[in-house]
Structure formats: C-alpha cells, structure tokens
Design a protein around this ligand. Structure first.
Ligand code: ASP
Length: 304
C-alpha cells in the first residue's frame, strides 16, 4: 500500500510496489479517459526551488489530467523562504492546505527533511546532486516499455556521473533487477561517487571507462546525461569537460540494432541532433512516459 507514503529515494518502494505502479501506468496509457476525474477535489503543491521543465510540467499535467488542481511556485523568491523561513516550517504550513507536496531543491537531503515535517506525502522531485526518484520511475517505465523487461541488460551510463542525480537514482533502482551489468562512462573528474560504487561491489557487475566509442557495441541501453554546470565550483573546469562525449551518427553505427538511447533531458551538446530521428533514440518518448508514471504515482499516494 503506497497511500500516505513519501518518495525520497527510488528504493523507498519495493519491486512489487513498482510493478503495481507500472501496471497502473499501462492502464492509464491505454484508457486515459477512465482516469480523468479520479483526483477531483484534490490539491497538489508544486514547490520548485530550482529550475525544471519536464518534471514540473509533467507533474502538473498529471494532476490536471486526473481532475485535480495544482498550486505552488517555481520562483522561491515569491515564498517566505526569501524571508528566512526554514524548510520545515514552510512544509508544515503548506501541508495544512494540500493533499500532496512535490518538491525540488538544490540541497541534498531537503526532501527527507520535509518528509519529517509533513503530514501529507512528499515526493522528491530532485534534491541537489543526490537523487531524483520520479525520473527513475520514468526511466524504468521506459525500459520496460521498449525492452519488455527490466532484467538482463547491459546498461551504459555516460556523462556526468559525479553530479547526475538521475544517474545515482537509476543505478540504485536497476541494481535490484536480475543480471544488470553497468558500464560507467565518464572522464576521470566526473566518475561515479564511491558511495554508489561501494553499494554495487560484490553484488553487481560494473566497469568504468572514459571511452564511449569502445563500448558502443556492448550496450542494450545507453543512458546519456549532460555535464551539470550548476554543480561546478569552477566555470573553467565545466568548460573543459562539457563536450567530452558527443553521441553522433558515427558512434550509433557501432551500436546494436535494438539499443535504446535514453536521456533525462535537458540535452546540451552530448547528443547530436542529427540522430534524433534514429528509432533507437527514445528520449522524447521517455519524457512523455514520465507524465503517465506520475499520474500513477499521484493516484497511489492519495489512495484514489
Ligand atoms: N532534468 C534532470 C534533473 O533535474 C537532468 C538534468 O537536469 O540534467 O536532474
């Protein structure tokens, strides 16, 4: 039962609970009109202390498509946070008015802290460079949709593995499925944090490389990511690393015919637009699936 629960990291839900969400998303995709007023009278707060396009729009669209309503902000300067109110106090207050809170913050651990103060479910929509569990739900639904199963994949994860929160969440989640093997592809400076690799050691097969070309033909899934400019202390270092990998036609020629290329978006330069029409590139479809899985998530947390 997910009713009343928080979602802070993807492993807050069991594999069975996730399967239930995926099945509900399948049913919403097949018959959206059956769900158009299941959240009538319900209110969702959408608190974005950091920029967002897909997460915010897909959550808001999800709630509206379920017949509910949304209120909130995407500019924290319009809330009392700008007067120095603590996140805990803001949360306690807003929880009085709504049935569910979706929150993004630049600070690692913010969602966890909010969950301690809140009387309604908190959904972590990204906390700094830490985790982004609803992107992971989107990613898992996408893999299941295109590959029919979440087991037995060689998954290449490429780009900014140090700061990419969607990556940290995805690796955690995929580690629970059978025979997942990871190839982590990054420059030395943006390697996967040790707290992530430590959890894999002895349990999940993984290798680390800085050469995307060399591993292209081994992958079932390639998860690309942008270099996370906003988390760098030095702009110079960002500029030096930002175009380290560019996925283009030449690299795609080496890949399997049933590879899927995913990306949480936004893209900067790491995927050349010349391959957008390659049927193996599913990142925009992935963004669409994100709305359906968020519809399923909202329904389950509200118990409607
Ligand atoms: N949209 C994703 C996030 O919020 C990925 C990114 O920004 O690179 O983490």
């Amino acid at each position: 039962m997910l009713k009343g629960r928080h979602l802070i990291v993807p492993t807050d839900f069991t594999v069975d609970e996730l399967n239930d969400l995926f099945r509900l998303a399948d049913s919403i995709i097949a018959n959206p009109s059956n769900y158009s007023d299941v959240c009538k009278g319900k209110l969702m707060a959408s608190l974005f202390f950091e920029p967002s396009t897909r997460t915010k729009f897909s959550f808001d669209a999800a709630m509206y498509r379920l017949g509910g309503n949304v209120l909130g902000f995407s500019d924290p300067n319009t809330s009392s946070a700008a007067k120095g109110e603590s996140l805990s106090d803001t949360t306690k207050t807003i929880a009085n008015y709504v049935d569910l809170i979706v929150c993004r913050s630049p600070k690692e651990g913010a969602a966890k802290l909010m969950s301690k103060a809140s009387s309604v479910p908190i959904i972590n929509a990204g906390d700094g460079g830490h985790q982004h569990p609803t992107q992971t739900l989107t990613d898992l639904l996408t893999i299941r949709y295109y590959k029919k199963s979440l087991d037995n994949h060689v998954v290449g994860v490429c780009g900014d593995l140090k700061f990419g929160r969607t990556i940290h969440s995805l690796v955690k989640a995929l580690s629970r499925y059978d025979n997942t093997r990871f190839i982590f592809i990054s420059p030395e400076e943006l390697k996967m944090p040790e707290y992530v690799t430590k959890e894999l050691e002895g349990k999940i097969e993984f290798v680390q490389t800085d050469n995307l070309d060399k591993v292209m033909d081994k992958l079932d899934i390639l998860y690309m990511s942008r270099v996370q400019r906003e988390r760098f202390v030095s702009e110079e270092e960002y500029l030096r690393l930002k175009d380290y990998f560019i996925l283009d036609q030449q690299k795609m020629q080496k890949a399997k015919s049933d590879l899927i290329v995913m990306h949480p978006l936004p893209r900067v330069n790491e995927i050349s637009t010349e391959i957008d029409n390659d049927p193996r590139c599913v990142y925009f479809e992935q963004a669409k699936l994100g709305m359906y899985i968020r519809m399923a998530l909202i329904m389950r947390l509200l118990g409607v």
